[in-house]
Write a protein of this length. Structure first.
Length: 295
């Protein structure tokens, strides 16, 4: 009989949130993977309440939405994603733009919009092999390669690319990547790791420290994730059979309806989805009629 692993899968939604809900662990992680130098390190963060986070389609929200303040006083939003989904790169960019635009829904002016950083952690590789395990994607001007647009940044952590062994670990970034990629196979944290926050993350992830209810939630999250992937893949296959354009149109319509159900402005939805204002108005009327009929 195969023994149960000591540490659970950190990429599982429940495990991910259990570990990173601890602010000091999360700050240590963010400062490391964002490579924050002295003077720009994150010193404070707060979790954005679910009421402030729009549903991002198909009933999903990001794993964490955070408002961060660094040593220079700069404030920005960090979103953390750990889902594997078809068309993931498109969805991640949608998450980032949506997080940026949605700030207007809570009464901010354009001048008050905070920059958004999306951290996407994935078991699969989405970029070529010459792109490092952690990659940073920013908007730059073509000829000078200078950055003038700072509002959206994407950080991808492709865990499959991390292949270092315990004896090859050299710094805090290596230790965090090893924890994310290989902790489930470990019997104990590597002796090279001395960072208190990473050791606390290992301790939180240890199955022995989970209640029965927490472990049940972990198993349910794993089953839901597996079912989601199968459903999405089947939907994509069905969409191909019906015709790619029709499938795309249906998908955009679903996104628009989800945005309407969250009370977003029609003009914002039109800009985000590419659907005309008239089409969105028709969808809104259809939803209202359906609601009235079921009332």
């Amino acid at each position: 009989m195969m023994a149960h692993p000591r540490y659970l899968d950190i990429t599982n939604d429940v495990a991910f949130k259990k570990v990173f809900k601890h602010k000091e662990i999360l700050k240590d992680f963010l400062n490391t993977v964002l490579r924050r130098p002295k003077g720009l390190r994150i010193i404070a963060l707060e979790f954005i309440s679910s009421e402030e986070i729009p549903d991002l389609g198909q009933g999903r929200r990001s794993s964490f939405d955070l408002k961060c303040t660094d040593e220079s006083g700069k404030v920005y939003v960090v979103e953390m994603q750990n889902r594997r989904e078809p068309h993931f790169l498109k969805r991640v960019q949608y998450y980032g733009s949506h997080a940026y635009v949605s700030q207007l829904q809570v009464g901010n002016w354009h001048k008050d919009l905070m920059p958004v950083i999306v951290i996407a952690i994935t078991k699969s590789n989405y970029f070529p092999h010459d792109v490092n395990c952690i990659s940073y994607h920013r908007t730059r001007e073509d000829e000078t390669n200078q950055q003038h647009l700072y509002e959206l940044t994407y950080v991808f952590i492709e865990l499959k690319k991390f292949t270092k062994k315990k004896e090859e670990l050299k710094n805090l970034e290596d230790y965090w990547l090893y924890f994310l990629a290989k902790s489930q196979k470990d019997k104990a944290p590597p002796k090279e790791i001395k960072d208190k926050m990473i050791l606390q993350a290992y301790n939180t992830l240890e199955q022995f420290n989970w209640t029965e209810a927490e472990y049940d939630a972990y198993i349910r999250a794993r089953l839901v994730a597996e079912a989601d992937i199968l459903t999405l893949e089947k939907s994509y296959e069905d969409g191909e059979k019906k015709g790619l354009e029709k499938g795309r149109a249906e998908g955009i319509e679903i996104v628009a309806k989800n945005m309407l159900s969250q009370g977003l402005d029609i003009k914002v939805i039109a800009k985000s989805t590419g659907i005309t204002i008239e089409q969105i108005s028709d969808l809104k009327k259809e939803m209202q009629n359906n609601k009235a009929q079921t009332a």
